[in-house]
Design a protein around this ligand. Structure first.
Ligand SMILES: [Zn+2]
Length: 249
C-alpha cells in the first residue's frame, strides 16, 4: 500500500546498483527514501459503492499516520497496532472530491477513479440526505444530471425526482424552496465549495441563501440567527458549515 519515494520529488526510487536508491527523475542516487501511500479503497454512500485510488496526502488523513509509521508498525511485528490502525479507517464518514478520468493506453480504455480533498467527519456539513447528494456532486463542471448519470443511475433518478419535487413545490407555494447555508468566520476554506453549491441549487431550482456571520460572533448570536432562519417561512432547509470557530461552538 506504499512505495519507496524520492525525498526530493516523490517519484518512485529503485535500489541502486551502488549504495542507496536511484531516482530517475532527479537523475541521482539518494541515501534513503520515504514511503508514500498509494492504494485502493472501497467507499460507499447512500447511492452505492465504488473503489477509488487513494494517494499519499489523502491516505494520511484516512489512516491517521504516515506511511513510514505504518510500515514501522508492520515490520516491528506490532501487528496488533498495524491492524488497529487500519481498522480505525473503517466505517468512518469522510467527504471526498471524486475525480474520474477516462484514459486510453495502447487501445485499452481505462477509467481511473481517485478520491481527492478528503475531509474528516468533523468537517462534514450537517445536512439532510438530498443536500448531501447535491454536495457530493458539487465538484464538477458537468451538469448535475450528467454527473449523476456518470456516477450512478440511482443518483440520476434521485436528481430528476428532486427537480420534479422542486417544480411541484414551486407550483403549490408560488415560490421555490430555499436552502440557507450559515458560515461563521473565515470562509476561505470553503469558498469554491459555496459557489458550487450555489450553482447546483440554481440548477435544480432551489433558492440559495448564504448567511455569513463574523468569526468573533458569540454562540448565542449564532443560535439566534439559526433560530430566525428556522422560523422564516421562506426557508425550507438550513445547513451550518462546520467546523465552527471556538467562540461560536
Ligand atoms: Zn527525485
Amino acid at each position: 500500500m506504499s512505495y519507496r519515494a524520492c525525498k526530493t520529488c516523490n517519484k518512485k526510487v529503485t535500489e541502486s546498483t551502488g549504495k542507496g536508491y536511484w531516482c530517475a527523475r532527479c537523475q541521482k542516487d539518494e541515501e534513503s527514501f520515504t514511503l508514500r501511500y498509494v492504494f485502493s479503497t472501497k467507499f460507499s454512500d447512500a447511492t452505492g459503492e465504488a473503489w477509488f485510488s487513494i494517494f499519499h496526502e489523502q491516505a494520511e488523513i484516512l489512516l491517521g499516520c504516515s506511511a513510514d509509521e505504518l510500515a514501522k508498525m508492520k515490520s516491528q511485528e506490532e501487528t496488533t497496532n498495524f491492524l488497529c490502525q487500519l481498522k480505525k479507517a473503517k466505517w468512518v464518514s469522510f467527504l471526498f472530491r471524486i475525480c474520474v478520468a477516462r484514459t486510453e493506453y495502447k487501445n485499452v480504455k481505462r477509467q481511473n477513479s481517485a478520491a481527492n480533498n478528503c475531509a474528516t467527519s468533523q468537517h462534514l456539513i450537517e445536512t439532510s440526505g438530498e443536500q448531501q447528494l447535491l454536495k457530493c456532486l458539487c465538484n464538477s463542471s458537468k451538469t448535475l444530471t450528467e454527473m449523476a448519470t456518470q456516477v450512478d443511475r440511482n443518483a440520476a433518478t434521485r436528481i430528476s425526482q428532486m427537480i420534479a419535487n422542486v417544480r411541484s413545490f414551486n407550483q403549490t407555494h408560488g415560490k421555490p424552496p430555499a436552502l440557507a447555508l450559515v458560515t461563521v468566520g473565515n470562509k476561505k476554506w470553503f469558498e469554491s465549495y459555496i459557489s458550487l453549491l450555489k450553482n447546483r441549487c440554481t440548477e435544480v431550482g432551489i433558492r440559495f441563501l448564504h448567511v455569513e456571520l463574523a468569526g468573533e460572533v458569540p454562540k448565542a448570536q449564532c443560535v439566534a440567527r439559526v433560530r430566525d432562519l428556522n422560523q422564516d417561512p421562506d426557508i425550507q432547509d438550513i445547513s451550518v458549515q462546520l467546523p465552527l470557530p471556538d467562540t461560536a461552538k
